[in-house]
Every structure is written in C-alpha cells, then in structure tokens.
Design a protein around this ligand. Structure first.
Ligand SMILES: Cc1ncc(COP(=O)(O)O)c(C=O)c1O
Length: 495
C-alpha cells in the first residue's frame, strides 16, 4: 500500500461490527494502517479531539484506542508536539505487509484462482520500455523544438481570468472553439469534409480508435486489420472482442481484393492510408475507390487513422479518404501527439453526422471530457497560426533527421539491412537479414540503451522478415550516429 503523503490522512473505514467496542475497531484500523505501511513510521496523527469530531465518536473512545496502540508500541506521544507512528517499527515489517494487504500473486496464479476477464489476457502489451528520450524511440517528436514560450503564454492568458466554463465538466464532444478550429484545419489541410458538429475531441487517437470500435462493432464482428499494421488498432478491436482479419499491404497500401477474398462481410476496415503504419506507403487512388465501394455495398465502415500525414515531406500530403466518401462510411481519426507532443493527449474523431449521438453516448461510458483548458489553449494555438508554423519547421527538421539516419544506416550497416518507409514521418523501418529474430535484436538493443519497436509486433501472423521500427523525430545527429553504431554491433553479433 502506498504510504500517505505528509499532511494527509487516509479515510478511516469501520466494518460496523457491533460485536466489538468502538475503541477496539478504531485501534484495529490504526494497527492495520501502520502494519501495511499506509501510515509510515514518524507520520503525525491528528489530535484525539479532531478525530472524535470527524468520526462522531466520543473523545474517550479515541483516547482508549490510542492508549492501547501506545501500550503496544505502535504510536508515541510527545508532550506539546502531538502523536506519531512509532519510528521503531521496522520498515521490513511494513513492507512485508502484516496488515490486511492482499498477497501479490504472479500472473499464472491470477489466471487460475482470481477471476478476471478473458479479454484482458487477449490484449497484448506494447513493447514499452521505461520512459526515456533515447534514440530511436517510436513516437517521440523533437520536444526541444516545441514552442514552449508561446504555449505557456497562451496557458497564462486563459488562466488569468478563467471563465467558469473552463473549470466545469465540458461537452462530451469537446470544447466548441477547439472543435471549430480542428474542423477548419482538417477541411483546409487534409481535404476532410465536415463541420464542427462532427468533431469529437478525445484523449489521443488511441482512445478515438477504441470509442470507434465500441460504437461500431459487436462482439464477434469481423474487422480488416492491416498486416503489418498499427498494434493499437488491433487492440481497440480486440477490446470489443471483434475477430481480426489480417489483410496484407503492398506498395499501394491495403490489398482490398485480398480482404474481400478473405472475409467479404467484414463490418469495418482499420487503415492508415496516407502513410501506412509502419511501412510508410500511401494508398493508391484506385485502392481508395475500391475500398469505398466495398464499404458502401457491404454496409461496412472505414476507420481512417491519419496519425501523421502532415510530415510527408516529399510531396504535398495526399487528401484523406474521408473527403472522397459520398456515403458517410468513413470515421476519420487524427491526433496532435506527433505534431505537438504526446502527453497533450488530444486527438479527434470526425464522425458522420448521424452517428454523433451514438459516439457521444459511448464516450460517456468511459470518460466525460478532455481538459477544457487545454482544448482552449490548443484552439488559440491553431487560430493564431502557431500550429501551421510549427508544422512547417518540423517538416524540415524531420526531413534532415530522416536523411541523417538513412545515411548512417547505409554507412554502418550497408546491405546487411534494408530500409523501407524512408520518406516521411518520424520513423523508418529497417528490415533485418532473413532468419534474425527482431524481438531478440530489439531486446539486446534496449539493454544497450537503444529503443525501437520490433516489426513483428505489427503482425497478427509471422512476418517473412523481421525488422526494427526506428523513431528519429526526437534525436539529434550525435545520438543518431551513436545509436546506429550500437545497433550495427548488435546486429553483427546476431548473424
Ligand atoms: C498509427 C498510429 N495511430 C495512433 C497512434 C496513437 O496516437 P495517440 O498518441 O494520439 O493516442 C499512434 C501512435 O504512435 C500511431 O502510430
């Protein structure tokens, strides 16, 4: 149990056991809280007068309980300064948890005797490492280039005389001005067709994917998932017990014909058409039309995860599939994690108008709204032109870093590896020599201080060839050089 912070006091819970006197129950609660470490050695206790009034018991009751605790050495009183948990209680006692703390069990024990949902076991974890800023962490933008001064000025302005609505629960769909700013941004820059009433602001696009899956799918429904694809999309579908149908991607993106062959009646397709995750290709116009046609004929949904198309630096970003759709079959998912910073946790959905109410109800089951203050600051940031400026700068920077990383890999690894998706975003894929297991290389690299994702986690089946997904958004030249050097040594060792 986590010890309480100095100055705070945990709430005292009684079992309401009439067979035991009140002072005894109070004594038992304190004893347990001390033994579990909830009240750590040296922690100051409230006065007996205060406790009696808080608990609506007589002061004698509290004094009797304290006398017993003092007699057994759990607490000590010091004249004039108050009563404290005894310092003499060894830490070890509290760590071993002699109080009511449940025993910790390992995973297999949990599965057997402690009943949890089968679903939780089905959702595979991301290959997360303890938080860090090292090369080549996937999803890490250039945080040192974020215009913190501008952002904090906007925060301060909103906080100076906050309107009461800033401090209250917000609209389930999001803060009005922020929804308007996003609607304008996606219609102008991404070719999305929508108005602000269709924008739902969510806590990152991962939540957007999950809300979408809950709103559209029933347990057992079949969904097309890109193979390889973003593991978060598979997790969101798995979270509603949908059946995943992996559909291969090639140089034109999702192979729609193959999807139709494998499972024509799928309820939805989760895709990353602007910049396929992780392989980086753009879905061709022909495939886009074919997919829209399939969705229309089959009464299915397309979930378009457009997580980073702003950073396609070789060409003008290609317009969203949503903008081509004339039958309102597309749910568009966007995020500010890559273009601003991931801990902001602001993403958004563009929902067909007739589904807005269903999406809003689903959202309400798990979360009431995102922080209004942050949405207001983001709206200001977009409206005042800072977003567009920041994206322009970052595009140049990521292009340089992309070239730097590709050149280093070429120099230090040569033809041992093969690079894919080397023209956009903040990551590239480096295919390993056949037969080399990417999870082993990934693990060794992580132990050596180099982060990445093994490509195989993006597959439902087994990849023909393993690889590493390397993020370069947040790393400078020296980190790139050192990181590739370490990787080269680890890969050479694995051959
Ligand atoms: C393809 C893709 N979709 C969604 C996300 C989730 O982003 P967010 O931070 O908005 O939840 C990521 C994050 O890396 C991603 O790569």
């Amino acid at each position: 149990m986590k010890p309480v912070t100095a100055g705070f006091f945990p709430s005292i819970r009684f079992e309401n056991d009439e067979s035991s006197p009140m002072y005894r129950q109070l004594y038992a609660w304190f004893r347990s809280a001390i033994l579990t470490g909830e009240l750590p050695p040296g922690h100051k206790l409230p006065s007996t007068r205060y406790l009696a009034s808080e608990l609506s018991v007589s002061r004698i009751t509290v004094l009797c309980a304290f006398q017993q605790l003092a007699a057994e050495g759990y607490i000590v009183s010091s004249a004039g300064s108050g009563t404290y948990v005894a310092k003499s209680i060894p830490d070890q006692v509290t760590r071993l948890g002699f109080g009511k703390q449940p025993r910790l069990m390992n995973h297999s024990q949990c599965a057997g005797s402690r009943k949890i949902s089968q679903l939780s076991a089905k959702i595979s974890p991301f290959p997360t490492l303890p938080f860090g800023l090292e090369a080549f962490r996937v999803g890490l933008p250039a945080l040192d280039r974020f215009p913190v001064t501008i952002w904090s000025r906007l925060v301060a302005r909103r906080w100076r005389q906050p309107k009461k609505e800033m401090l209250m629960y917000g609209d389930r769909m999001g803060f009005g001005p922020c929804r308007e700013a996003i609607a304008e941004y996606v219609t102008t820059v991404r070719g999305v067709r929508c108005d602000a009433s269709q924008v739902m602001i969510v806590n990152g696009s991962q939540q957007g994917l999950e809300i979408t899956a809950r709103a559209l799918l029933d347990p057992g429904d079949h969904v097309w998932i890109e193979e390889p694809g973003y593991p978060g999309a598979a997790q969101a579908s798995a979270a509603v017990t949908a059946n995943l149908i992996p559909v291969p991607v090639d140089h034109e993106g999702l192979d729609v014909k193959e999807g139709i062959k494998r499972f024509p009646k799928a309820r939805a397709a989760f895709i990353t058409p602007s910049h396929q995750f992780p392989m980086g290709m753009t879905m061709s116009a022909g495939r886009r039309m074919m997919l829209l046609d399939w969705a229309f004929r089959n009464n299915s949904w397309i979930v378009e995860d457009d997580y980073d198309s702003e950073y396609d630096f070789r060409k003008r970003p290609i317009a969203a599939v949503q903008g081509l759709d004339t039958n309102a079959r597309v749910i568009y998912v966007g995020t500010f994690s890559k273009i601003l910073f991931p801990s902001l946790r602001i993403g958004y959905l563009i929902v067909p108008s007739d589904l807005v109410s269903a999406f809003s109800r689903i959202r309400q089951a798990s979360d009431l709204s995102h922080s209004t203050l942050e949405q207001a600051v983001l709206a200001d940031f977009i409206e005042e032109g800072h977003l567009a400026r920041h994206i322009r700068r970052m595009r140049m920077l990521y292009m340089e870093r992309n070239e730097m990383l590709a050149a280093q890999i070429q120099k230090q690894l040569g033809s041992t590896v093969e690079l894919v998706s080397a023209h956009a975003d903040m990551h590239l894929v480096c295919l390993l020599p056949s037969g080399v297991e990417d999870t082993i290389v990934w693990q060794r690299a992580a132990e050596g201080g180099v982060a990445s994702w093994p490509l195989s986690i993006c597959y439902q089946g087994n990849p023909e060839r393993g690889g590493l997904i390397l993020g370069y958004g947040g790393v400078g030249q020296k980190q790139i050089e050192d990181g590739v050097k370490k990787l080269a040594a680890i890969i050479a060792d694995s051959l």
